[in-house]
Design a protein around this ligand. Sequence first.
Ligand SMILES: Nc1nc2c(ncn2[C@@H]2O[C@H](COP(=O)(O)OP(=O)(O)OP(=O)(O)O)[C@@H](O)[C@H]2O)c(=O)[nH]1
Ligand SMILES: [Mg+2]
Length: 370
Amino acid sequence: MKIVWKSIPTVLFHDELLDKAYSRATKAADRVDDSHRVFRVRKQMNRMLQTASDVIAETLLEWVTDWPSLDKLPVFDEAMVEAAVGCDDFRHHLSMLQWGAKQVRNIAGQNQKKITRTANVEFMHESRREAYGRISSIVRQVGPSLEWLNQARETLRKLPSIDPLEPCIVVAGAPNVGKSALINSLSSGKPEVASYPFTTKQLHVGHFELRRLKYQLVDTPGLLDRPMQERNLIEMQAIAALRHIGSVVIFLYEPSQEGGISDEEQLHLLEEVRELMPERDFVVIRSKGDKAAQRDERWDEIATAEAAWVKDGRPIDAEINLLTDSETDYITASATENVGLEALRLHIAKLANAQRQDRPMELPEGWHRR
Ligand SMILES: Nc1nc2c(ncn2[C@@H]2O[C@H](COP(=O)(O)OP(=O)(O)OP(=O)(O)O)[C@@H](O)[C@H]2O)c(=O)[nH]1
Ligand SMILES: [Mg+2]
């Protein structure tokens, strides 16, 4: 159900495909054995056309099968494909492969009939050659589609892979506030590195497990970190795709970001992201809490308790202490010193689950069809 973009297969170029098909066909013809010349040549020519067309048609159709089918994609993935390479082009070029497979089979079939019906050895060779010429021409016509698909693959294989059936937490905030670092620290194991269609910036997709449920965390570098008016079309499409994932948004706020974005701008951004992603629970994190001029008085106590949980497991009756600021409701955490993260993980899992239980009969976000 989760599309693993990395596993999209490469496709051959048209001349490589022809080489592969014709060399197999020649080998197949070499294996034909019949002492009667007419029968032998007939079998050879038929075998060549059968093998060449099988190799081409099967290979083309295999690619169509192995590439993700847009009609079965969750809405988020479909929207990503739209932003990355365009769904219409995607469909068109895959359908060209189907067209090519069909044409090649037809041509082979027609000329096999001619070969079977004649007793003239020269005419058999001639029919085989003619079929090869037409087959090559068809495969050449598919060539641009093969090239398009190979290029698209380079873009698509970097897209984030999100499982629509598992809860997903979107991490947003201004540049450099610590989004990726937080995902790294909250995740068990190494987060996967991906990218959004218009940016070369790396985004992280991590997860953690809690009571056998898996929670995904997805990064948004370059996506939600500047005002919407400045966006180009592809960026807007990628942002629109975000509407289809995530039940919880973690927004990182780093006050007095040195040389970065002002507090005011960050809070404005927060409002913009809230509007963009309605119906989500928002958790605002005061990030890099270790750098605060004045640390929360519970800091050391929580740091010690959480370090012990990490080492020995959390006791069932352990109190979940979030470093919540009573005035703003922002939660303090530090990704580098691992403070506030254990409680945060429990908190977001609880929010994500509550979202699910509110709508038990509903399909997961992003899983509905148009
Ligand atoms: N002291 C401290 N530094 C942190 C913390 N989290 C992140 N940093 C540092 O802040 C810098 C930016 O962190 P990133 O995680 O790359 O920030 P980001 O939001 O992913 O940045 P972009 O992807 O560029 O938008 C890095 O140098 C991190 O080491 C933290 O909790 N405490
Ligand atoms: Mg980052």
